[in-house]
Design a protein around this ligand. Structure first.
Ligand SMILES: NCc1[nH]cc(CCC(=O)O)c1CC(=O)O
Length: 358
């Protein structure tokens, strides 16, 4: 058809046929997320072909080593090597698994519309609806999570509960939750993974900062997708731009900036929440959208915590980045740094001490 149609340059470009190779992890969630990205791109670029190149990463292979000692980039390094080696053109990540500093030559090119960013409570099927909220669980109940962020924040709010590691992909964790022999009375997961894999009916309670009885702030980037590409690969960067959700991308940049600023080479149980709100009406009817950013840093035992929030006009990624940095610096001064120093002292063994939010 193209050969018989006379087209302008712009039209030719949209009609251009090429294949984009997309790298991702091999988990059901990673594949589903990649399919969603392809669906979105295909609507705008019907002539572009997409191939999924999935692979197991270090985080998928090693299910034993404690996550905080596996180092940064356990879900991303091997995929980035393929991107730089020109074996794939794009990588689709869970944004929260993406380190806040990327290797030279790689860019966070696009953040599309976000799924629900909150954490949720899932109860074993055998409880048959007996419990509806974390607060319903009797003292001493065992809650599964391998995330120090989740455990620390929940210890603060529910000192009577016991927190225990639970590893594996989402289906594995649900199976462990339902298996009485595993001994869990509840597990905590991200809403996004459950919703994307059609396990939404397993969600009993959504947890956020305003949850009655005690909630928690989610991981940086949770519920979002991070699409990575080669710096300067204009054809791909332009293609990805078509599915960018700019408000989500700005919020994600603010969240990642909090993390990057506080991290300073150490691992941190840090939670965040972002929300776009209307500016109070100044009487002239001209309301701006403001970004509200909350953050918390909690000691591992949940006994010490520093919380903060900021609401500002944000109109660029640079402003989002600056807002996150300033909030993190304030938290550091108000005691977050002391909490982080203590955590790092306790994790003597040095180098490989980055928190993975699992
Ligand atoms: N670290 C594992 C991981 N990476 C992304 C998600 C879920 C979805 C998301 O946050 O995008 C999960 C599972 C979980 O935390 O429950």
């Amino acid at each position: 058809m193209a050969s018989t149609t006379s087209t302008t340059t712009a039209a030719k470009e949209t009609a251009e046929e090429f294949t984009v190779r997309i790298g991702t992890r091999r988990s059901a969630l990673a594949i589903r997320q990649t399919e969603l990205v392809i669906e979105g791109l295909s609507k705008v670029h019907p002539n572009v072909k997409f191939e999924i190149h999935s692979m197991a990463t270090a985080g998928d292979r090693d299910k034993v080593t404690p996550l905080p000692s596996m180092g940064k980039g356990l879900w991303t390094n091997e995929l980035e090597a393929k991107l730089m080696g020109n074996e794939v053109d794009v990588i689709v990540h869970s944004l929260k698994d993406m380190p806040t500093t990327l290797p030279a030559g790689c860019v966070l090119a696009c953040v599309p519309v976000r799924e629900d960013a909150r954490d949720v409570v899932v109860f074993p099927k055998r409880q048959g609806g007996k419990y509806k909220k974390l607060g319903d669980l009797p003292e001493g109940s065992v809650v599964g999570t391998s995330s120090v962020r989740r455990a620390a924040q929940l210890k603060r709010r529910y000192p009577g509960l016991v927190f225990r590691d639970v590893r594996g992909n989402i289906d594995t964790r649900l199976r462990k939750c339902d298996d009485e022999a595993e001994g869990y009375d509840a597990i905590i997961l991200a809403a996004a993974g459950l919703l994307r894999l059609n396990f939404g009916e397993r969600i009993s309670q959504f947890l956020e900062s305003s949850t009655e009885g005690g909630g928690l702030l989610h991981a940086v980037g949770q519920g979002g997708l991070g699409i990575e590409a080669r710096e300067g690969d204009e054809r791909i960067l332009k293609l990805l731009k078509s599915i960018e959700d700019t408000p989500t991308m700005m919020a994600a940049f603010a969240e990642r900036s909090v993390m990057r600023t506080l991290e300073g080479g150490c691992s941190v149980p840090i939670g965040v929440e972002t929300e776009w709100v209307d500016e109070e009406d100044a009487g002239n009817g001209d309301r701006k959208k403001l970004l509200k950013l909350r953050a918390t840093v909690v000691s591992l035992d949940g006994k010490k915590a520093v919380d903060g929030e900021k609401t500002e006009e944000v109109a660029s990624l640079a402003q989002a980045d600056s807002m996150g940095k300033r909030l993190a610096q304030r938290l550091a001064e108000e005691g977050a740094q002391a909490i982080l120093d203590e955590i790092n002292k306790g994790r003597e063994s040095g180098a490989a001490l980055k928190v993975s939010d699992s």
